[in-house]
Design a protein around this ligand. Structure first.
Ligand code: FAD
Length: 154
């Protein structure tokens, strides 16, 4: 099986879009990610999967904290910026929760301490113990087949 077939198959799983953020010293860092899921209710745990080639990987290893901001369908430009698809620093607006940057006006932001991490192939799964949550009303940004879209109830 080639990489393209694997990517095409995985791309058929429709997801939301998040920006993972962390803070090292006085420097905030953000990265678009859709490999995010809720893991446990008691205790409250989530996970993200970070490529070992991403700058974010070293940053989270150092800070041992991260936040996940779930984007609205008005934040496609934010996703593109933090994925390095279309640089536009003017769309970057952080709020801070317990010293961790989160994306302003995101649908939800979840702030975590790293509870555990697992190196799996060329990615690391960081398990986050949820410390704080912020919610805002809006509609989610969706990602399917390599394209951005919006969600509609059926
Ligand atoms: P960089 O490439 O250095 O940063 C990414 C961008 O964010 C750059 O444009 C940078 O200027 C900007 N930026 C970062 N911090 C700041 C700041 N403080 N202020 C202003 N701008 C800033 N990769 C994964 O590993 N896991 C995933 O789950 C994942 N999901 C993805 C989902 C989607 C929909 C897309 C489009 C991409 C996904 N990626 C994922 C790929 C990942 O987003 C890119 O490879 C990204 O460029 C890697 O970021 P980096 O940490 O190497 O940082």
């Amino acid at each position: 099986m080639d990489d393209r077939t694997f990517r095409n198959a995985m791309g058929r799983f429709a997801t939301g879009v998040t920006v993972v953020t962390t803070q090292v010293g006085d420097e905030a860092h953000g990265m678009t990610a859709n490999a995010f899921m809720s893991v446990s209710l008691d205790p409250k745990l989530v996970t993200i999967s970070i490529d070992h080639n991403a700058r974010m990987y070293e940053r989270i290893k150092e800070s041992q904290q991260f936040a996940v901001s779930i984007l609205t369908d008005e934040q496609k430009d934010v996703s593109m910026h933090f994925a390095g698809q279309k640089e536009d620093p003017s769309v970057v607006e952080f709020d801070y929760i317990s010293g961790i940057p989160v994306i302003r006006d995101a649908l939800a932001s979840v702030v975590c301490d790293v509870a555990e991490s697992f190196e799996v192939g060329d990615h690391t799964l960081f398990i986050g113990q949820v410390l704080e949550i912020k919610l805002t009303d809006g509609n989610p940004l969706a990602f399917f087949g390599g394209k951005y879209g919006s969600y509609q109830p059926v």
